[in-house]
Ligand binder design. Sequence first.
Ligand code: DAH
Length: 466
Amino acid sequence: MVSEDPTKKTLSELGVRDATELAFRFTGLRAQLQKELKHAKGPGGWDSLREAWVGSGDSVKSRITANWLRTAPDSLRAAVARDLENLINEVFVLSTVMRPLDQLRATQADQVAAQFLNVQHLFDTEIEECVDEIDLGVSRTFWLGRSSGVLTHITDSWLKTASPQLKRIVGAEFNKLKNYVETKIEARRAAIESGAEESALLRERVDLSLPGVIRPIGSHHLIRQVFQEIEDIFVSIGFSVVEGPEIETPYYNFEALNIPEFHPVRDDMDTFYLELPKGALTPLLLRTHTSPMQIRTMEKQKPPVRVIVPGKVYRRDNPDATHSFIFHQVEGLAVDTDITFCDFTGTIEYFVKQFFGSGVKTRFRPSYFPFTEPSVEFDVSCPFCAGTGTAASGGTCSKCKGAAWIELFGAGMVDPAVYGFVNYDAKKVSGFAFGIGIDRLAMLKYGIDDIQAFFQNDVRFLRQFP
Ligand code: DAH
């Protein structure tokens, strides 16, 4: 270690910037120490080795103190001091236990005992310094390691070379020391472990006085909220909620609803057909409305029937502010032995007033749907301008475009032809049905001008409806 002796340079010259790099340098020094210890011979050799490493003149110790410790950055100073102390201790211990007893001038029983006591003191100093399991692991290897632990060195250098008259006393002292070291390491380990547990408990203690972490829990999509609102209103007057498949057969989507194959209304309900294997029994399509559930419900159930059906529906439409190829409806169906047109309009009016407020008026106009007869289109007096067509600011109401009325949804008395498809006796039963477009209703009620906003899922939009 002459020319490239690292202890002659400062840490910054060596490029040592953190504890890992520092540990690496000390490991290098230890390897050097081991090498020199192996080659030390004769009392003079051992003494000069000690001088070179820990002597008060120019030694490794004094160079590290001057070049590393004094110039160390604050963040490394404590580590340098500790590593240096350990190294010095190691030099003392190893240069003692690797030297034959006679070269230590221990030829009497009491001198032997004194050497053992000396080693024990060095051990004590070191073990007290161990603050965690890592330190302790290093010390355990240093002292008890099989191939080059301190105790192994003592066996090799002291026990095996002892004169016959000293052998017994060296053996006894050795066993005493070994016991001492093992017991103390174990005790230290237990202390560190319980200390570690204690400090871990302290660290992990829950402080109930701290404010909690607020976890955003999200909210229902506006469409889901409107479904819920509508369901609540109808459930409160005796309807139950059922759901049906989004993939339908043309029979349920069209035929059983009195829309035969070449009926012109099919043009309004262009939709997506599924690609099926050749020979499939029936084509399958994405339902264009929730009305097929009228049929499915009546097939399953005898009157009285009172259901609403919320769900997704599909049409081959090009997306724009008022069109989407996917949208939402709530279907309604009530069938019983004596349901009248009055029950029908009363029910619808009740719903509309619950939904928009009791101030609104309703009206219906004749319309046409193949599965209702008569069919109507329900309007509500514009809830935004109180049915005046004039906005509060004086201009034309933007919601009803000055019409004072807003077209709400289609409905009607169930066409007797439909009962024929579900084995109901058209002479005994009557009923009404309606189909509410949810997206349009939500847009109206919440002032949304683009249906696409429902499907883009931009959280800035969604957050407006918590
Ligand atoms: N299914 C129709 C559509 O999607 C809406 C509809 C109209 C449903 C009248 C009904 C009804 O139940 O009676 O255009």
